[in-house]
Design a binder for this molecule. Structure first.
Ligand code: PBG
Ligand code: ZN
Length: 334
């Protein structure tokens, strides 16, 4: 850095002295094609039930979901990611595993109506199990916990049922060890070798998921997810070990989640895996906090959201999953 002149030869304010210069030197630019909109789907007709903890987000019946998908396409979004709310939950999450399941129907409906829109499916058991955990349970030494390896079998089956209905990308979010290779194997065996896996590779046990669990009706009925989701207080480099495993298992794209409290993790993963598309999930709690403050007139929602998206992108995420995807795209487009 020795070649740099110093003040008064150097005046950094010259790089921002008017809007044209600021525009010319802008480095982080948002694009609708990098944004993915999460959507919640349930059974019924003509239902748009607002989620009380997430103003502006809805549980949608299939017909309404298709309307949202059309808007997502018209705005040029990168895609949508679907979460299902089944009518019935049971111990093994059966609704997750067959063609008549709510998400499977949703994928088929969207692909039928808006075939060019990219459809991702979140792959996990917690929306479908009556206990709300991300896999099937076992008891060991008096402690009930998610049983890793039997859950892998179910995730493989679930992935194939999504792909059969036309899902473009499978995004496993359960943080089971070995989930990427199990899903890859199941997809390959069913001749879905071309379907990419976007792994929630570094997903933390976060309090920021609270509003989502209302939205998806997926809160665990006992305990928490700390035996499978990552510990926020662990070494940051542990995230790199998680990522490395997923890469070795064949993950095509990676995700860090949540986004804002884990920008350091996003940056580390981006720097260590520059050749792998990296997504970040701007989660429900990050959304609801800003919504609540904006509703009180305490901050300017649009400006805060654009600044937030910029930060996540600048930290190193190529792709952002956000409930604000439509709003941001509208602003970029206008
Ligand atoms: C399912 C899943 C969750 C989220 C995405 N997939 C909830 C959880 O892990 O409890 C959270 C998304 C959000 O908060 O917006 N495993
Ligand atoms: Zn889950």
């Amino acid at each position: 850095m020795s070649a740099e002149p110093s003040f008064p030869t150097l005046r950094m304010r010259r790089l921002r002295y008017n809007a044209g210069v600021r525009n010319l030197t802008r480095h982080t630019r948002l694009h609708p094609g990098s944004l993915i909109l999460p959507l919640f789907v349930r059974s019924g007709n003509n239902i748009r039930q607002e989620i009380s903890s997430m103003p502006g987000q809805y549980q949608l019946s299939l017909d309404q979901l298709v309307e949202e998908a059309r808007q997502a396409r018209d705005l040029g979004l990168g895609g949508i990611i679907l979460f299902g709310i089944p009518d019935d939950k049971d111990h093994h999450g059966s609704d997750a595993l067959h063609a008549g399941g709510i998400v499977q129907q949703a994928v088929a409906a969207v692909k039928d109506a808006v075939s060019e829109l990219l459809v991702l499916t979140d792959l996990c058991m917690c929306e479908y199990t009556d206990h709300g955990h991300c896999g099937i349970l076992h008891e060991q030494g008096g402690i009930t916990d998610v049983s890793n390896d039997p859950t892998l079998t179910l995730l493989g089956q679930q992935a194939v049922t999504h792909a059969e209905q036309g899902a473009d990308i499978i995004a496993p979010s359960g943080m089971m060890d070995g989930m990427v290779s199990a899903i890859r194997q199941a997809l390959d065996d069913a001749d879905f070798k071309h379907i990419p896996i976007m792994s929630y590779a570094a997903k933390y046990a976060s309090s920021y998921y609270g509003p989502f669990r209302d939205a998806a009706e997926s809160a665990p009925s006992f305990g928490d997810r700390r035996t499978y989701q990552m510990d926020p207080t662990a070494q940051a480099a542990q995230a790199l070990r998680e990522v490395e495993l997923d890469v070795q298992e064949g993950a095509d794209m990676l995700m860090v989640k949540p986004a804002l409290a884990y920008l350091d993790i996003i940056t580390r993963v981006a720097q260590n895996y520059p050749g792998i598309p990296l997504a970040a999930y701007n989660v429900s709690g990050e959304y609801s906090m800003v919504k609540a403050a904006a509703a009180n007139g305490w901050l300017d929602e649009a400006r805060v959201v654009d600044e937030t998206m910029t930060a996540i992108h600048r930290a190193g995420a190529d792709i952002i999953l956000t409930y604000w995807a439509k709003d941001v795209a509208q602003r970029i487009g206008s």
